[in-house]
Design a protein around this ligand. Structure first.
Ligand code: PAF
Length: 291
């Protein structure tokens, strides 16, 4: 089936409801575009598990705070269409901001506890924007399954919680982080980095590798991990600021006393003009790179 591009929310909803009535399963991948291998891995997963794959591209203004990168967020609609088509996406939803947020828009969805720490503490209102737009997109795409990458680990957990709390009829599937050959986690924001800043950005991956080595040695004290990670990050020349080094339970996202399987080690740091995040889900995800 050739790629069908839909801009109008009602047209998407009418189409996906007709698929539902026909008994077809729909896999949905919401994105903000500027597609990279991380997104494509979600498309492939959705392709394997569903009859029809719907993806969305929408740079959602409500999840960006004042002074963040909404205006300069990279966009490449034509390149994105080609990538989506070559990965077997059936429908690409590219709404206009005024259709998703008309002037009298006044309804938001908020998840409470899970959004207080990590990125939520540094980006007030961010998750409120994410959960609102994801709810709207789920109502329009009406998918059987929706796919999220674990680079945005907190986002995935928050959306899972929201879907459970609101009884939304969709299965949330999470997929592992996809990395560049040198370990840098794939992100549309990597495009902001100069070659020198990119070298500094590798310190995030290197510090997680160090955490992995500590775990193999049997280290369980969170403060030892934190200090080792901080030392590596702070030695990177273009690192401007560490937002957090969080050592938390992978389900509750609350700080832990002991690092063990299922702990999440999550980082956010500003390198040059880019705010980057990365994480290791201890004993669950692998930090190994494909050879
Ligand atoms: O992860 C993203 O790209 C965005 O936060 C999402 C889920 C598409 C909502 O705008």
């Amino acid at each position: 089936m050739a790629l069908k591009v839909i801009h109008d929310p009602h047209e998407l909803q009418a189409y996906t409801l007709s698929l539902f009535r026909e008994g077809k399963t729909v896999g949905f991948v919401p994105t903000m575009g500027y597609l990279h291998e991380g997104h494509l891995s979600l498309f492939r997963c959705a392709r394997r598990e569903n009859d029809v794959v719907v993806a969305s591209i929408f740079v959602n203004p409500t999840q960006f705070g004042p002074g963040e990168d909404f205006e300069r967020y990279p966009r490449d609609p034509q390149g994105d269409k080609e990538k989506a088509e070559s990965e077997g996406v059936d429908v690409l939803f590219m709404p206009r901001a005024e259709d998703l947020y008309p002037l009298d828009f006044q309804t938001f969805v908020e998840v409470e506890r899970l959004t207080r720490g990590l990125c939520g503490a540094f980006r007030p209102g961010h998750f409120r924007g994410v959960t609102t737009v994801v709810t709207k997109l789920l109502m329009l795409a009406f998918p059987t399954r929706a796919y999220f990458g674990r680079k945005d680990f907190q986002q995935w957990r928050v959306i899972e919680q929201m879907v459970r709390d609101l009884h939304l009829p969709v299965e949330i599937v999470s997929c592992p982080i996809v990395r560049e050959p040198d370990g840098l986690a794939m992100s549309s924001r990597n495009v902001y980095l100069s070659p020198e800043e990119r070298q500094s950005a590798l310190s995030l991956y290197r510090s997680l590798r160090k955490a992995e080595a500590l775990f193999r040695e049997g280290e369980t004290r969170p403060q030892v991990y934190e200090q080792a990670i901080r030392t590596i990050l702070e030695s990177a020349p273009h690192l401007k600021k560490i937002d957090y080094i969080a050592i938390v339970d992978g389900l509750t996202l609350e700080p832990v006393d002991r690092v063990e399987r299922g702990t999440l080690i999550a980082l956010a740091a500003h390198v040059g003009p880019a705010r980057l995040i990365d994480n290791w889900w201890v004993g669950v995800d692998s930090l190994d790179l494909p050879s």
